[in-house]
Ligand binder design. Sequence first.
Ligand code: 6R9
Length: 635
Amino acid sequence: MSYYKIQNFEQYFKHYNKSVREPRKFWGKIAEENFTWYQQWDKVVEFDMAEAEIKWFTEAKVNIAKNCIDRHLNKRGDKTAIIFEPNEPSEEALHISYNELHQRVCKMANVLREKGITKGDRVCIYLPMIPELAVSILACARIGAIHSVVFAGFSASAVATRILDSECKMVITSDGGYRGNKTIELKEIIDEALEKCPSVEKVLVVKRTSTPVIMKEGRDIWLQPLLDEASDNSVAEIMDSEDPLFILYTSGSTGKPKGMVHTTAGYMVYTAYTFKNVFNYEENDIFWCTADIGWITGHSYSLYGPLLNGATTVIFEGVPSYPDFSRFWEIIEKHKITQFYTAPTAIRALAKENVDYVQKHHLNTLKVIGSVGEPINEEAWHWYNDHVGQKKCPVVDTWWQTETGGIMIAPIAFVTPTKPTYATLPLPGVQAVLMDDTGNEIEGNQVVGNLCIKFPWPGIARTIWGNHQRYKDTYFSAFPGTYFTGDGALRDEVGYYRITGRVDDIVIVSGHNLGTAPIEDAINEHPAVAESAIVGFPHDIKGNALYGYVILKETGEIRNKENLFKEINQSISDHVGPIAKLDKIQFVSGLPKTRSGKIMRRILRKIAEGDFSNFGDTSTLLNPEIVDEIKDNKL
Ligand code: 6R9
């Protein structure tokens, strides 16, 4: 019996139980039957949760890029691997076959090697959603370089922090990028970032917008001429299962972003398996995940998961609102998409527009529609189900994280009955548990708690780049013996999970994880600001928006609040990126603090939400009187 594809609900339970009772047999069989290995493993898994040491498929040798491409060439050489849909609908879409992708990746691999990149080197990729982004990632994987993709919406200082942290030797960027009716000057942002990054020796520049750029002598090189010269024959590096594949930064609740490290074999097995099952992938399906490849969703389900299964995946350069709000639906019709995977924030934004935009398009090719990134509210779920899925497509609400590598809790299309706003059941291999605040597991159903996972799964991140202690502290200390997700969840009467949101200081705005600390740091950079605290509050489209409480250095009458607000937002834009701008700002004379000096965000959150009913225990507050002042002046 193969465990790779779950056929029905009864089989789901069988596979799930097998994965718990005999995880080694379960994952061993999947790994053996569906991938090409240079050498088999010693042990399927070895771990020590207390030390946060986890290894999958120990001592095995493999190359993930070869599994994504070369493995399919015999059978699927002419099949389209990637459909590139450009920002402008008038620009022709590209269909890149597996053969062509192979050729492009080999050439890129040779360019990287020629420019001094070898196994283990870090390469920062700061590119728009164009084919070169996929090609660069796969070329890194082919030669064993560790890719660190930075979302092309991040500011120069945010990119610099990431490049510095992982000491990247090279940056791959483009002159610019198109997003709707805007052009973003990526090279200029990189130039500014690199003023602070001595480790970077070479910058490869893709030409996309033909925006004039400054090319620094000896450092910056146009990519295309190098590719034209390069051979399309390249030997893949033989990688160990646990060699790092990539670093991807995610916000921490304190301090600098965390460079989550994913390794090769476990990530490969897990993304391929979850892609196949959750989306009910079948040969000839056309899969479209709208996430930018700069986020984990794009890594795992625009690229690795689909290609590992020999699928056709769509890369879309633009935005859902350009040239108008029918763009997504137009693309689904044009490319005959069978699986569509997007975020609640996009669904809510599109649901606000005239439903004609959707209805005038043929979406009949769709068979599964997915959601990811934040809890999907009931209204959005129904709109998505009714108008996009036309009540025929299972809505797969997939809960997972940058740290988990792949989907963890989700319906399996055509297998698990769905329920609005519920991510439903854990996938095989995922031993989800709810823990109470004192660290005990909460048994039974109809309960609420902190969502933890008590056994490793192949896709789990192995460490935080350069800081294993922080990895251990963040994920393995709060509830010893388990991985703590940072999310709260409830389990209903049949055991279905509903994710209720973060229980820490991370706010999810339009599906982007934002740590409060770096935004507060950016606000505090403003010369007039003494201290600040930000929290999320519910927003119709973004899910959450940011509410800032700011203490100014000079007390007394604030003369130009408007300007101050603008300047503070500019500072956030410069330091973090425009996605982190505040929607509201309230100037306050103090912040509620505990005796240990920690801001009691729970209270600030309630005030921002307009809920003054129950602030909970405020006995540890040093300055309880401030709560009334803040409440009375709420915006
Ligand atoms: C894949 C991704 C992770 C956080 C996660 C949770 C929230 C993601 C969700 C969801 C409810 C879902 N989240 N999917 N909450 N339902 N289906 O988004 O990774 O950017 O690291 O965010 O997003 O709070 O902890 P990442």
